[in-house]
Write a protein that binds this ligand. Structure first.
Ligand code: NAD
Length: 251
């Protein structure tokens, strides 16, 4: 895979999967704008990748901040050819009659609405170029839900539906749009799915690991591998697809 001359925007770049994906793109020669609410980890590498990495702090649920962030990315790198959305938040398992509206709303904003806001900005340039690739990290939970993750599951279902809606709409511009469904992945997010006050390590071991037929948690590297493939020319005829990287959890 060769990402020389590719300009990439990674969202959620400071997170467990986002950091590994950002590094992979840089190692493959891409220029990367790394967007996140927090960019402290990314900023540590800026000197290692001169002219190839820009860290941009933004709340990607806010239309104005998204516009400014994409503007900065484009000014710094040039036109954006690849968008890789990993941003997201978890929901701690909560019975539906106890879910606060504000929590529901925030999950929708971060996990679904942000995809609309950033796609809207990035697609403008991709249409002009007649090329582009967008990949959204959703979740296998959207297809095989877990009790109490009502808002999270719905928000990720929205991400999958949005992916397919854009894939058909943007095919005529040669813009491909796909999704990755990770299974339980060994990042700090995983612990946040347990009920408030639950023992995180025990839930990881007893619930999540055991739910994966291949018997291991997914790693950020597994997700990065799928992200590289879908973003590459090797996947030139792949659009509207959902790639489950879940160790069989969805079966
Ligand atoms: N970890 C898992 O078990 C798992 C399983 C299935 C799907 N996923 C999905 O994979 C993706 C990556 O998850 P992760 O495990 O790396 O989580 P993570 O919490 O490590 O990373 C998520 C990143 O998103 C950023 N973010 C949150 N809200 C934001 C906002 N409003 N604006 C900008 N950035 C924001 C966070 O700051 C964080 O850096 C998420 O979409 C998650 O839902 C994770």
């Amino acid at each position: 895979m060769n990402f020389q001359n590719k300009n990439v925007v990674v969202t959620g770049a400071n997170g467990g999967m986002g950091q590994v994906i950002t590094k992979r793109f840089l190692e493959e020669g891409a220029k990367v704008a790394a967007l996140d609410l927090y960019v402290d980890e990314i900023e540590k590498w800026e000197n290692d990748y001169p002219d190839h990495l820009i860290a941009i702090s933004a709340n990607l649920t806010k239309e104005k901040e998204v516009k400014e962030a994409v503007g900065k990315a484009t000014d710094s790198l040039g036109h954006i050819s690849v968008l890789l959305n990993t941003l997201g938040i978890a929901q701690s398992a909560t019975p539906i009659d106890e879910v606060e509206f504000s929590d529901w709303d925030r999950l929708m904003a971060v996990n679904t609405t942000s995809l609309f806001l950033i796609s809207k900005e990035v697609v403008k340039g991709m249409k002009e170029q007649g090329a582009g690739v967008i990949t959204n990290v959703a979740s296998i939970a959207a297809e095989r839900p877990r009790p109490g993750l009502n808002a999270y599951v719905t928000s990720k279902g929205g991400a999958l539906a949005f992916t397919k809606a854009l894939a058909i709409e943007l095919a005529e511009y040669k813009i491909r749009v796909n999704a990755i469904n990770p299974g339980p992945s060994d990042t700090s997010m995983l612990g946040k799915f347990s009920p408030e006050g639950g023992d995180v390590d025990q839930v990881k071991e007893d619930t999540f690991k055991k739910s994966v037929p291949l018997g291991e948690l997914v790693t950020p590297e597994d997700i990065a591998e799928a992200a590289m493939y879908l973003s590459s020319d090797g996947a030139r005829m792949v659009t509207g697809s959902v790639l489950n990287v879940d160790g069989g959890r969805g079966l």
